[in-house]
Structure formats: C-alpha cells, structure tokens
Design a protein around this ligand. Sequence first.
Ligand code: PLP
Length: 473
Amino acid sequence: MDPDEFRRAGYAVVDWIADYWTTLGKRPVTSQDPPGAVAAALPASPPEHGEPVEAVLADLDTLITPRLTHWQHPGFFGYFPANTSGPSVLGDLVSSGLGVQGMLWATGPACTELETVMLDWLAGIMDLPERFRSTGPGGGVIQDSASSATLVATLGALHRASGGRWRAVGIDRRYRAYTSTQGHSSIEKAARIAGLGEDGVRPIEVDPETLAMRPAALRAAIEADRAAGDVPAIVVATVGTTSTTAVDPLPEIGAICAEYGVWLHVDAAYAGAAAVCPELRWSHAGLELADSYCFDPHKWLLTGFDCDAFWVADRGELIEALTVMPEFLRNAATESGAVIDYRDWQVPLGRRFRALKLWFVLRWYGVEGLRAHIRTGVALADRFARRVAADDRFELAAPHPFSLVCFRLRAGDEASAALLDRVNGTGRVHLTHTRVGGRYTLRLAVGSPLTAEEHVDEAWELLASAASDVVAG
Ligand code: PLP
C-alpha cells in the first residue's frame, strides 16, 4: 500500500467508523448469535491474492459488527465503561502511522517526553499530590491496564520489603499483600505472578454499609502476619470498587502503611477520572500517603483502550526494582542519567506511543470538556437511581457516588436475575450484575459519550415494565 492508496483507503475507513458511530444506537447492544458464528462465517484460509479495503469493510458490516458487544452504544451499561472518542481514535491512528517504539528515550525522544508531560498534565488537572509529578522524586507512566499497574506496584513493593534482596534471591520468605474483600481480581493475579502464592493476598473485611475496607481489620491482619514471621509488602486500596464503587478510607489506611513500612498502592481504575471534577475529589483524600496510584483514562475519560495512567512517589525505587541493561540497549542518553527510559517502569520492553491519544483528547475536550463528561455520567446515574428509589418493588443496594447504580428487586435473587435476562434480551440495553452482601444485584454503569437522558430513561422503562412480569411470575 503506497501513501496514495493509504490516503484513499484511510478516508474510507474513517467514513466507516463515523457511520458506525452514527448508526450505533439503532443496533442491538449485544450479539444475538451463538458462539462459533463468526469463526464459521470466515474462510478457512487467507486470500491468495490481495483484496481492496472496501471488501474488508463490507465484511465488517456483515460478519463482524452484528456479532459484537457494542461498548460505545448509548444503551451499554455493563461492567465499567470503556470509552473511546474521535480524538482518541485519531491520536491512536497517528501512533500507528508513526510506528515508534518508545522503550528508551533514545528510541523515541518525543514519545517519552510527551508521555511525561501528559502524566504531569493529568496529575495537575486531578490535583494529585506533588510527589507524583516528574518535577519531584516521582513521576507517571502509561501502562496498558490497571492490572499491569498493580503488578508493577507489587514488584516495587517486593523490592522495598526485601531491602533490595528480591532482585537477586527472589521470593525467599512469605510476603503478603492486602486488599479489601471488594478489591479487584487483578490484585490476586499480580500476587500470583509475583510469586506470593495462593494465599499471598489477605482479604480484608469491609464495613457492611459502605463496603469500604475497615482499617482496624487491616491493622489486625498486618500484625498477625508480622507475628507469624511474614512480611507485609503491599496494601492495595481501592477508590471505586468494581462491584459498587466503594471508596476505601485512604487517610487511615495510609497511616497504617506508614507505620509498618508497607507500600500503599491505590487502584482507582474507574473512579479516578472523577478527580478532574473538584467536587468529586473527596474520594482521593489521603492520596498523599500512597506510594503509587493508577486510574484508567480508557474507562471513563474518553481515551480508548489501552491507557492506564500510573504514578509512583519514588521513581528511583521502581527503576531500581525493574531495570535491566543488556549491551544492545546501552546508549549515551541513558548513561547520562538525564532521561527517562520507560522500559524500566513496566513489564514489557517495547511500548507504543500512547501519549498521543491522551494529547489529542486533552487538547480537543479541554479540562472543561472532560469535567462535563464526568458530570453528565454522575447526573444520569443519579437520575436513574431516583427512579429506582421511587419504585417500591426495587431497592438500591449501595451508595452511588459516581456513575454506577447498584439495585435489585425486593422479590429476591431469582427475580432480579430473571429481570436482568429479560431487559438484556431486548437488545436495547446491556447491564451486568454482581453480588452485594451475598445478594444478586444489577449494575447500571453510565459512561458512553453517546448516552443521554433518553437512554437512561429507556433503560428504566424496560426494567420497570419487565419487573411487573417477573414479579407477577
Ligand atoms: N481495578 C478495578 C477497581 C477495576 O474496576 C478494574 C476493571 O474494571 C480493574 C482494576 C482492571 O482494569 P484493567 O482492565 O485496566 O486491568
């Protein structure tokens, strides 16, 4: 494909994406086909001779898009949002076109420096503690996901907890990680990968009302482990838990971590984006006590997957934990000590120019545009929650400080599960579920940039009318 062919085909692809977004609301949110339908529709082998891009676009229309879960659909309320946006797509396109590998400053000076500045910009607009900025001892980096951020934090914590021995001797004693019973499954996975073993993560009890970690229970677990000769290495506190968006009390948890010299990582994968709004920053109180922090612009900040923003308070400690220097990567800039080599801040060596999509997003929307997006989500969730609260057949299952509403039918688990099946079966909306206090609970998470009042109202009307059938049996 020469540049002129690329230009022509590229315009067609951009048109195709714009058409997809314009028609999205009319499609069913999820695929109606059984597993295997896509594979069965595809040829067994690739074409012998090249085909035009138009042929691929036609197949996208007939084979692929009808069999997708449409995450950008205005009726998509499942899991947490995974926003994308025009500027994000364009930034990613430029990144793909440049094809830069930013593993070292020397392999992509602008790739590295733009990333450092974007993370400082984000820290600024979210009012994150000074210690996370690159102008101090800390700094930020883009990871692919919050799961990777937790893994990297765990490795930094092991380095610290072992007094630097971990790099040489590996896991030679029982290191412990702690998170609330509501902590994300990626914490268990990180601990497993890091070699902490099956019971490496201590689940800490939560307050039954707020579902936030109980600091007294954390203290008791750390003390019990220390008494048993184990080494508490990391606490992962959550701002916006996956089930219900509970917020762990960072000031108390941070004080305990400081007392026992334990690394505090704050996982704000979804809810962190809320900190662009001053009125939602209460959720980050105590963050100055954290050793690391992450949130996913790819969830709720209009930036397509993958983009996790991860900060550490002491970049030297992290680099010491992860650095390797094979001969083929040696270069004068690294040796000068004057540059950042982001390969030392993550698990893989290679890395894409992901800062571009953030730059495009931040410049297109401006801070006010980002705040407006978050505020819309919060207001729509509240609108929905008020309808739930006003209907006696339903109850809210947890507070809704952000854009997630957890609710259920008073008639019980079976009725709530049947209700979810019914409304999802309409193809107009897609919600997911969790369990709160052991009870089956529906989750409605607002976040698609296309979602407006009419879509939240439609979701409520579908639920309210299906509830009549379900409760009547
Ligand atoms: N942490 C929390 C609190 C989450 O809610 C999620 C996903 O929803 C994750 C971590 C994992 O995010 P990622 O897909 O970026 O690894």
